[in-house]
Design a protein around this ligand. Sequence first.
Ligand code: AMP
Ligand code: ZN
Length: 462
Amino acid sequence: MAPPIRLYNTLGRSKQEFKPLQPGQVSIYTCGPTVYRYAHVGNLRTYLFADLLVRTLDYNGYQVRQVKNITDVGHLTDDTFDRGEDKMLVSARLEKKSPAEIAAHYTHAFLDDEARLGIRRADAFPRATEYVPRMVELVALLLEKGHAYESGGNVYYDISSFPDYGRLSRNTTAKLLAGTKGEPDHRKRSPLDFSLWKRGDKRLQVWDSPWGPGFPGWHIECSAMSMALLGERFDIHTGGADNVFPHHEAEIAQSEGVTGHRVVNHWVHGQLLFLSGTRMAKSAGNFFRITELEEQGHDPLAFRYLALQAKYRAPLNFSPDGLAGAGRALVQLRERVADWRSGPEGPTGDFGDRFLAAINDDLDLPAAMALVSELVRSDRAPGSKAALLLDWDRVLGLDLARGGPEPGELPIGADNLLTQRQKARAAKDYATADRLRAELASLGVQVTDTSEGQTWRTAPRG
Ligand code: AMP
Ligand code: ZN
């Protein structure tokens, strides 16, 4: 019996047993990127954690459906209090391209970056611009149900109509009010009310609505896309820690305001990536792209290896040295797997169970990686060690098979010679074994004898 999957739920702040709504199936919504600039490895850490969640569920035999939105309507620099400029439009102005061209360019780059990190493709990538009619519908419903009000072409969510507002982020209205700064916005009943629809007719991206031309607020995008694709109840919603407030707090108020019931069961948030102690951020300019790191000679999966060393709920500090160390460890691990793959097999004891227990305990990848080291150092049969590591790689995603050729890549006839040699050694016929070793070497196959049996590799590696 596999141990149950336990996940920390931001709503309630505790580890809870994961129970899917439908037996054997899991629906996940992952807050995706705003495609007005390249993603940095901080953003990618958040998608990596969602990927580890998807892979863990898949490893446990669940059929997973993951939806990851593409925000191609720029949300405001400071969406909390509706100030600032639309990022998408700033990029359009600076790059002299249409918002659609910008979005297409950065969406491609994002998908490439994800692939570099071994992040599995989500099942759907809804684009916000395609769901505007659905957003308008939701805003109209919120007005009808008394959760929203119109004011001069803008529509605001009335947070006083939703007593649970603040439950996810554990913010109280008093605390939030104390944090408001600057001139009050007279169009709003409370400074904490957030925009559902924003008036605007002199913009590049404008849609018609019952309240006049304008564009949707950022939060309503995710309510619309998640419920359109996963239904009014789904299992898991992921995002970065900075999405808890205001984005997800607002999403709950909207989705539950419309449906009248709980929509998301588990809210799971990944902690942020830091660079020299400061949060990695596009706006602050302190960031690395994964392609930049690759150009510097790093394997992108070294970043994945690095991220696996920390719990997803712990902040992680990024450093080029740390990345280089992770890269070396990864190469070594792949070489071990390549060396051991063709070796003899034997029992592996409770390693398999312990791995599953680690990942099912709120994705404890650091514990799983400690187990990798323990297995590598153990005296288990090499063939079985390699097989187990390759099986675990379904979750780790480190491309551990890359270190050596596939079994089918052995030169013709080498397989047969290896079998003959194994038999010769077993019969203590060392003269024949040596002759066969020389013959294999002439085919480019190097054979090494270990205490557990013979292993081989096809080309010398540095
Ligand atoms: P954005 O494209 O700015 O909307 O961000 C996309 C995702 O990246 C969001 O889910 C954020 O929570 C996440 N994110 C932003 N900065 C960081 C960071 N430094 N570390 C980890 N995740 C981040
Ligand atoms: Zn979102």
